[in-house]
Design a protein around this ligand. Structure first.
Ligand SMILES: [Zn+2]
Length: 561
């Protein structure tokens, strides 16, 4: 059987973990910064190690997936829409910044972690969250911090190799810029160099709690460290007791690889370029912390389509929770499982989501009847279940596009929705059988389909148009009206709307015919019906539309009441 990318990484990671620490749990890791809403694009940071960790667990190995919450990072900027008075908090740890107004959470970091944690639970991602505020604050990294300070000259020399390379490498600047735009911020963080010498540790000021500090001296013997702050404060502390500060990013990351024994941690394209944190970190973890670098594939950016129209009202930043409001967890998992990490793809909030769902349904059928290719089967299995659970499924699956058309037309009226959908599947006992897919489609139509693409069934007949119709068109409407009585089902209406132009051409209603003339006549007939029913040249598939509008109203709108 073809091993997919997840299985191949799992092989590699298990072998490496056995080599390093036989019998110990395998450690995979992700890092997330709760500096603002966690972008859907950042979900790949979690899904890539999740899928690998899950495969390792399926094979019976113990595996821990760590998510490091970078909540001890500095607050960089006040996002649009938040009171400018938050400016005074710039430079403080994210856990020391008040949550945005109206939040139920104790601080900024917790406010933005919470929806991500909820989304990950829905997605079936099992992880062990580690707060960096808690780790640094408790002194857990004491030995590592003292070691890094002792080795500061060596670290400075390593960083210096890349500082030179970096100046030469244009693409790094571009990647850093991309990272800054993306909001990860880490890539453009100050690496600890300053006029007074190189120190990889940055204290938060004990008076103003900001990191606008400069270390001015450090004594290896006593661990006495002096710093000054732009607020005017200066003091000398014992680093062996100090817990209000952290290692700079490029040292902090490799320190944690060594501390946690991380075997697998992928990174975004911005962290994997020459001179980037992952490359520099590899050298620092080996030469300073005496541990190997994790296996760390680079993952490509995940794009979003269909959010442009939302950007003004929603800030243009879709989160995993937004994606889960329009698609089921298994489908979202599948988008990540089926593409290798270095392949980019898009998550669609526009019409494309209907095609994505069609593909998913096709794959499901192939898996059920045993005709799916091995790699597709693997992706399906990874999407629909984890080592410990099966993701929730919609018991009765109707095509997403059908559900979307129907809820669009029925505008959320439940009885009407059920009546129409029974024409597609008479066995439907109640709408709950169609959930949660139905609710996702409903939310998509209400939230992401632009007003001009929504279906507006006419309130009253278009008298003007009806009065000016020629004999041919009148005849077609009469034939349609006659047929509505017997043909009130999805199949019947399909035969009817294609058949009316056939009858007019002297053929049988269900004749197999497809001449260019007939096709043109069918197109013209459909356009006429759309005009009369929804005042537009196009719309949802006609049989669906007719069922949704209802027999009496159709008769009224085509002038045959
Ligand atoms: Zn200060």
């Amino acid at each position: 059987m073809d091993a997919d990318w997840v299985a191949r990484f799992a092989d590699e990671v298990i072998a490496e973990a056995e080599r390093r620490a036989p019998g110990k749990p395998v450690v995979c890791a992700s890092g997330l910064s709760p500096s603002g809403p966690i972008h859907l694009g950042n979900l790949r940071e979690v899904m890539t190690p999740h899928l690998v960790a899950d495969e390792i667990r399926r094979r019976g190995h113990e595996c821990v997936h760590i998510i490091s919450w970078d909540d001890f990072d500095r607050f960089r900027k006040v996002p649009v829409g938040v009171d400018p008075s938050w400016n005074e908090h710039i430079g403080k740890p994210l856990t020391s910044v008040p949550a945005p107004p109206g939040s139920e959470h104790p601080n900024w970091a917790e406010h933005f972690k919470a929806p991500m944690i909820a989304a990950l639970a829905e997605l079936g991602v099992e992880f062990h969250g580690i707060s960096q505020t808690q780790m640094y604050g408790s002194g857990a990294y004491r030995e590592q911090v003292l070691l890094a300070m002792r080795e500061r000259r060596r670290i400075d020399a390593i960083l210096d190799q890349y500082r030179t390379k970096k100046a030469k490498a244009k693409e790094v600047a571009d990647a850093d810029e991309a990272a800054a735009l993306e909001g990860s911020g880490a890539a453009n963080e100050d690496d600890g160099s300053g006029a007074g010498g190189y120190y990889p540790y940055k204290p938060y000021c004990s008076v103003c709690d900001r990191d606008l500090t400069t270390v001015t001296s450090y004594d290896d013997e006593t661990t006495e460290m002096s710093y000054t702050c732009v607020c005017g404060h200066s003091e000398t502390v014992l680093l062996s007791e100090h817990t209000r500060g952290k290692l700079v990013w490029k040292v902090d990351w490799p320190m944690r690889w060594a501390y946690e024994g991380v075997v697998f941690e992928p990174s975004g394209v911005d962290h994997s370029s020459p001179g980037s944190s992952f490359v520099v970190g590899g050298q620092i973890v080996r030469e300073v912390f005496g541990a190997p670098q994790p296996i760390g594939p680079m993952y490509a950016f995940v794009g979003i389509s269909g959010m442009a129209k939302m950007s003004s009202s929603k800030g243009g930043v879709p989160t995993p929770a937004d994606a889960l409001s329009i698609m089921e967890p298994a489908l979202l998992r599948w988008l990540y499982a089926r593409r290798r990490p270095n392949q980019s793809f898009k998550v669609s909030f526009d019409q494309e989501i209907q095609r994505m769902y069609d593909e998913w349904d096709t794959l499901t059928r192939k898996v059920q009847d045993g005709t799916a290719l091995p790699a597709d089967q693997s992706a399906y299995r990874r999407a629909s279940s984890t080592a410990s659970r099966v993701l929730p499924e919609t018991p009765r699956r109707l095509p997403y596009r059908t559900l979307a058309s129907v809820v669009d037309i029925a505008t959320g009226h439940e009885e009407q929705t059920l009546r129409i959908l029974r024409a597609f599947d008479p066995e439907i006992g109640g709408l709950d059988e169609l959930r949660p897919r139905l609710d996702r489609a409903q939310h998509w139509v209400n939230t992401y389909v632009p007003a001009e693409e929504r279906t507006q069934v006419r309130e009253t007949p278009d008298k003007e148009l009806l009065d000016t119709l020629g004999e041919q068109d009148r005849e077609s409407l009469r034939l349609l009206a006659e047929g509505l009585g017997e043909q009130w089902s999805l199949d019947g209406l399909t035969t009817l709307v294609y058949g009316v132009p056939k009858v007019q051409a002297g053929l049988d209603m269900d004749a197999k015919a497809a001449t260019p003339e007939l096709k043109a006549a069918q197109r013209a007939f459909f356009a006429l019906l759309y005009r009369l029913l929804v005042g537009s040249d196009t719309g949802p598939r006609l049989p669906t539309l007719l069922l949704a509008v209802g027999r009496d109203r159709v008769r009224e709108l085509i002038g045959h009441a």
